[in-house]
Design a binder for this molecule. Structure first.
Ligand SMILES: NC(=O)c1ccc[n+]([C@@H]2O[C@H](COP(=O)([O-])OP(=O)(O)OC[C@H]3O[C@@H](n4cnc5c(N)ncnc54)[C@H](O)[C@@H]3O)[C@@H](O)[C@H]2O)c1
Length: 320
């Protein structure tokens, strides 16, 4: 099969592209390198440097489907610059869907996010939970989910929205490189590398066992396997929404402690104020992904996830 991977020079898209190639598919990556890296595109993939809103220039009937990762995804930036998020995430997807319609490409897997739920009323979070995003980033992703539901109903698209919880870990030389880095595990590992003095713990008085926020960390290779399963599970006319998480949570303190064990570094921490819009607990119910995608995570241990991220961080330091 031949797939277009938008955002395939980024962290998640690059790893999924590698899994598609390993499964014998042809991959074309479309990425404007706004936050991605040319070297993040796996060997064997065709690379097109361009914007997803111009997808019609490259998409034709030879493609069997699209995996759509290209987006702006910094929550804090989206609060300061919401128009960028509506333009890139929603506007870009409108153009991509038009291009797919014109080319007769009928299958789409989309990177949605747990941020669509906002502050959950109950945990673990199911796909039927109320959606109330607390940032323009989450709102833009929810708007795309709703757009896809309409596209499936009106035009027979087969679409799967995968709502990721916290993606972590690495696939060999492919790992997380956001700039500025905003994700907990890479930041903790920067402390272990001596690139930061300490890790700030935002909020130590949450109603959780140790007072710090609890999140659901999923290995990027498990996430990638779910994308391949989603391509097989997509049904014309249906918009399927699945959470992707392990279904268990780890607190910020547990992550730091596990990183100390993996790295052997003391990783000093500093207590800081809560950040606005940070829910206490975000843990996925992954039951639907198990049922509909036949998927289950095979790398759920936190220490293993951090060990892979650490190997990647050290490899990167050695080469940069
Ligand atoms: N990393 C996570 O924990 C996480 C969690 C939930 C959802 N997501 C979603 O998964 C997707 C991938 O996230 P990531 O962490 O790999 O981010 P990333 O920034 O590493 O990757 C995004 C890629 O998209 C490209 N891009 C952005 N706008 C583009 C455009 N208009 N045209 C072409 N390319 C464009 C960037 O250059 C980058 O390579 C995003 O849609 C993000 O919202 C990520």
């Amino acid at each position: 099969m031949r797939y277009l991977v938008t955002g395939g020079a980024g962290y998640v898209g690059g790893v999924v592209a590698a899994h598609l190639l390993a499964a014998g598919h042809r991959v074309t990556v479309l990425d404007d390198l706004s936050t991605g890296f040319r070297e993040g595109v796996p060997e064997g993939a065709e690379f097109v440097e361009g914007n997803v809103r111009d997808a019609a220039r490259w998409l034709d009937g030879s493609f069997d489907g699209v995996l759509h990762f290209a987006a702006s995804s910094q929550v804090g930036e989206s609060v300061l610059n919401p128009e960028k998020y509506w333009r890139n995430n929603v506007g870009g997807t409108i153009e991509l869907l038009s291009a797919m319609r014109a080319a007769g490409v009928r299958t789409l897997v989309f990177s949605s996010t747990a941020a669509v739920y906002g502050e959950p009323a109950t945990t673990p979070i199911t796909e039927d939970a109320r959606t109330a995003p607390t940032s323009p980033y989450g709102a833009s992703k929810l708007a795309v989910d709703q757009m896809l539901a309409g596209e499936c109903a009106a035009h027979g698209l087969a679409a799967v929205s995968l709502r990721y919880f916290n993606v972590a870990g690495a696939h060999g030389a492919q790992g997380e490189r956001h700039d500025p880095e905003s994700h907990l595990i890479p930041i903790v590992l920067q402390v272990a590398q001596g690139r930061r003095e300490a890790i700030s713990v935002y909020g130590t008085d949450y109603p959780t066992p140790d007072g710090t926020c609890v999140r659901d960390y999923i290995h990027v290779d498990d996430l990638a396997e779910a994308h391949l399963a989603a391509l097989g599970a997509a049904v014309p006319g249906e918009h399927l929404v699945c959470n992707l998480g392990n279904g268990n949570g780890f607190s910020v303190r547990e992550v730091i402690e596990a990183a100390r064990e993996v790295t052997g570094h003391p990783i000093p921490e500093v207590a800081a104020d809560r950040r606005a819009g940070d829910p206490a607990v975000l843990v996925a119910s992954a039951d639907r992904a198990r049922e509909r995608l036949g998927w289950r995570p095979s790398r759920p241990e936190l220490a293993g996830i951090i060990a892979d991220a650490w190997a990647f961080a050290q490899r990167k330091e050695g080469t940069s």
